[in-house]
Write a protein that binds this ligand. Structure first.
Ligand SMILES: C[S@@+](CC[C@H](N)C(=O)[O-])C[C@H]1O[C@@H](n2cnc3c(N)ncnc32)[C@H](O)[C@@H]1O
Length: 222
């Protein structure tokens, strides 16, 4: 079915093709596989996000105003630059971004870069110390395999404050060994977390099933 027949929009052939790929494969084309003219940029830096997902991030950050946003997987630095700019717009918040590869990334006064394995205890301890006592949001966007995401969930979910989000990128793919299974296991074992379908707002996203929120605890447990 053609997408433009579902919605009363004018869609270019490129958009029709992109969306049908998205719908067929259940995922956005990896950034590196996109023709250069189709790659999303944030202030000139490549950002590996489906564009509508950036608006979702903006909405969640704006509403919840975390003191810290922790990102695993910096890539070229476009997403951490985006989060830093969102903090600038609100006049509040700082960003930690972690990647195992050194790269010439843009700098931002609100963004601190860590180099190393995001699941390594040295990195986890350093990040934990930095955010102690603050409100924290997390986005996991490094190695999307189940085993690594499971380690990241164990390390970073405890840092997330009540009412704040933990976003697991690329978690819609149910093939064995993928992040999806780490998230399912996490939700079964951690009833204080809930999945929120915020992505339904824009119909298409890459973060489908990946928006997790720590429930707000009340004094009486309700
Ligand atoms: C999907 S990209 C990140 C995209 C970026 N967040 C964005 O939106 O533009 C994944 C990144 O994770 C990094 N990475 C993979 N495994 C990692 C690990 N175990 N620890 C830290 N970084 C890792 C890779 O080097 C790569 O830069």
């Amino acid at each position: 079915m053609r997408l433009s027949s579902l919605f009363n929009y004018h869609l270019t052939p490129e958009v029709e093709h992109g969306f049908s790929r998205h719908l067929t494969h259940g995922k956005w084309v990896p950034n590196g596989d996109l023709p250069e003219m189709n790659r999303p940029l944030w202030r000139g830096t490549p950002v590996g996000k489906f564009p509508a997902d950036l608006i979702l991030y903006h909405q969640v950050i704006y509403r919840n105003r975390p003191d810290w946003i922790i990102e695993t997987g910096s890539a070229q630095g476009g997403s951490s630059l985006f989060y830093g700019d969102m903090c600038d717009l609100m006049g509040h918040g700082q960003v930690i971004t972690i990647d195992r590869h050194v790269e010439d990334r843009p700098t931002h006064s609100r963004v601190r870069q860590f180099i190393g394995n995001s699941a390594h205890p040295v990195i986890v301890n350093a990040v934990t110390e930095l955010v102690r006592g603050c409100s924290v949001m997390v986005t996991l966007d490094s190695d999307h395999r189940e085993s690594h995401v499971g380690k990241e969930l164990s390390a970073y979910a405890p840092l997330v404050s009540d009412g704040q989000y933990l976003v697991v990128e690329d978690s819609q793919d149910p093939r064995p060994g993928r992040a999806y299974h780490a998230v399912e296991m996490f939700l079964v074992n951690n009833p204080e977390w809930e999945r929120v379908p915020v992505e339904r707002q824009f119909l298409l996203c890459v973060t489908r099933l990946g928006w997790l929120r720590r429930k707000v605890q009340t004094r009486f447990g309700i």
